[in-house]
Design a protein around this ligand. Structure first.
Ligand SMILES: NC(=O)c1ccc[n+]([C@@H]2O[C@H](COP(=O)([O-])OP(=O)(O)OC[C@H]3O[C@@H](n4cnc5c(N)ncnc54)[C@H](OP(=O)(O)O)[C@@H]3O)[C@@H](O)[C@H]2O)c1
Length: 281
């Protein structure tokens, strides 16, 4: 395998390439989001992860417009949490994300169903709206987030595009969700890791701190590197320019087999955000 670099990509079932490192903007206050995204682009990130419920799609769009990079060199994801009242309203809801982020003639690289809480009917409405936008070239790839095996299997009944191209999950050493991750990898579904830094809650963990010392890196850097070596697409978030740069400065060291086993051997803990539920509802 070629060594990982900040320009490494993974290939989606759509044939499109997705940058292996992303930049999260959940909880980024809207007055900082554009600035933070531009800062991230400056140090080499090319992939931004937002969502309708984050309330900062317009500010992400501001960074896309202000960036000196061409649109094709950037990768932007948003997510829809709940459908509109019918097909047309759901389609419109998705289209609004495209317009907020990339203007009337623009596109999104990836849109995800944020989670499964809308139930089977809601998931179907959102998936079909996203399929239509995909056919129209307004959303280049489509996927899901926080979905278990049951939800993904359930989509087979109506999906023209199956499997979803991505499943975004909370993933880090303390929450590895092995069953759904294996299923995704076997089915050519790219796995994205949210909360890859465990929101800095494990910075004092002795095993993690020892690995950071061993490699002369921060605990956050070890965690992002761990995700990459697990074949996940990590989406670290920061609004601090120093930490934005630090979290992407992870290509000058490698975790060895023993290091990976130490991290993978951590006790599993409850999800910070949402554990997947394998029962389709
Ligand atoms: N699909 C979903 O349901 C879902 C759920 C949650 C998150 N996400 C996505 O995944 C992204 C990442 O998850 P997250 O934001 O929840 O958690 P995270 O990336 O694990 O952690 C972010 C937190 O860690 C701090 N931090 C960042 N870099 C640091 C460093 N080098 N050292 C110490 N602290 C550092 C940040 O503070 P500062 O900003 O002050 O640096 C922030 O408080 C989100 O932004 C979002 O895009 C998706």
């Amino acid at each position: 395998m070629a060594p990982l670099t900040i320009t490494s990509t993974a290939k989606l079932a759509s044939g499109k390439a997705i940058p292996r490192l992303g930049f999260g903007v959940w909880d980024s206050p809207s007055h900082l989001t554009t600035k933070s995204c531009l800062e991230a682009m400056k140090v080499g990130y090319r992939h931004i992860d937002t969502a309708q419920v984050y309330g900062n799609e317009k500010e992400v769009g501001g960074a896309v417009q202000q960036s000196k990079l061409s649109r094709e060199d950037l990768y932007v994801t948003s997510k829809i949490l709940s459908p509109g009242s019918d097909d047309a309203a759901t389609y419109q809801k998705c289209l609004e994300s495209v317009h907020k982020i990339d203007g009337k003639d623009g596109y999104l690289d990836l849109m995800l169903i944020h989670n499964s809480t809308s139930g089977a009917g809601g998931i179907k409405l959102m998936w079909q709206a996203m399929e239509k936008l995909h056919q129209e070239g307004k959303i280049k790839s489509i996927g899901v987030s926080n979905f278990g095996i049951g939800h993904i299997q359930g989509m087979k009944e109506y999906a023209q595009i199956w499997p979803p191209m991505v499943n975004q999950l909370e993933l880090h050493p303390w929450l590895q969700q092995r069953e759904i991750v294996d299923y995704c990898h076997k089915n050519n579904i790219v796995v994205e890791a949210y909360c890859p830094l465990v929101r800095n809650q494990k910075a004092k963990n002795p095993d993690l701190a020892a690995l950071a010392d061993k490699h002369g890196k921060s605990t956050a850097q070890v965690l992002v590197r761990y995700c990459l070596q697990k074949n996940w697409v990590p989406l670290p978030k920061s609004d601090n320019p120093g930490r934005i740069a630090q979290n992407a400065d992870i290509y000058d060291f490698e975790l060895d087999k023993q290091d990976m086993e130490t991290l993978s051997g951590q006790g599993q803990e409850p999800a910070l955000v949402m554990a997947v539920d394998n029962q389709a509802k």
